[in-house]
Design a protein around this ligand. Structure first.
Ligand SMILES: O=c1[nH]c(=O)c2ncn([C@@H]3O[C@H](COP(=O)(O)OP(=O)(O)OP(=O)(O)O)[C@@H](O)[C@H]3O)c2[nH]1
Ligand SMILES: [Mg+2]
Length: 194
């Protein structure tokens, strides 16, 4: 089974990525004893995902992947975007949601989740794969599943928020599903060529 190191400290993401990339052996930062903080000072999801994957590929000498993701809200000119994880001072999911809702001041808004997967190999290969999921921000929090902004991200076609979906339902339509699907399609085509 192909081994990939995932440059993420987000346990929810690790769980989602492991279940979506079920035919790969996903190693975490704990498995490779990497404890440093990676400074994500990129201005785009692509830049931050590459920063994380580069750091771990260099540290391990192996192929690494990373996910940089976040929520972009139309009425907030795309905020929080790459600052999703640390949008509030407290940098907790609850306070991040509170800040988005207070800025929307009760208004609904179109929004999208973005996930970018970066692949970096020791031979210098660097690729990114973007996935997006479009929905709306609603002013009430619904559901207890998932993480981050899931409770306020409403998918009209399902009439549910991400947090009201089971993990399988979310993993079948999410931004992360789309980015990982593009990534694993690339790997399969690369393997067929070799
Ligand atoms: O409700 C959500 N459902 C999702 O599916 C989702 N995906 C991303 N996010 C938000 O965006 C930040 C990522 O920031 P991020 O990519 O820097 O990840 P992170 O810092 O949490 O971990 P790491 O992978 O960088 O170690 C996270 O903290 C979340 O706030 C999500 N929120
Ligand atoms: Mg991060």
């Amino acid at each position: 089974m192909k081994e990939l190191i995932l440059a993420s400290n987000n346990a929810h993401k690790v769980e989602e990525i492991k279940s979506i990339l079920s035919d790969y052996n996903i190693l975490t930062l704990k498995d490779i004893n990497f404890t440093d903080e990676i400074i994500e000072d990129g201005l785009t999801f692509e830049e931050n995902a590459l920063i994380k994957a580069r750091t771990i590929s260099k540290y391990s000498g192996k192929t690494a992947i990373a996910d940089d993701s976040g929520l972009s809200v139309e009425l907030l000119e795309g905020r929080p975007g790459v600052y999703s994880a640390r949008y509030s001072k407290e940098q907790t999911d609850a306070k991040n949601i509170e800040k988005v809702l207070s800025e929307l001041d009760g208004k609904k808004s179109k929004a999208k989740f973005v996930s970018v997967i970066a692949l970096v190999k020791p031979d210098g290969t660097e690729l990114t794969f973007r996935g997006e999921c479009h929905g709306e921000i609603i002013s009430e929090q619904r559901g207890n599943n998932g993480f981050g902004y899931d409770p306020i991200f409403y998918v009209p076609s399902l009439e549910k928020t991400f947090a009201e979906l089971s993990s399988d339902e979310k993993n079948s339509i999410s931004h992360r599903k789309e980015s990982l699907e593009k990534f694993s399609k690339f790997l399969k085509e690369e393997n067929n060529e070799n």
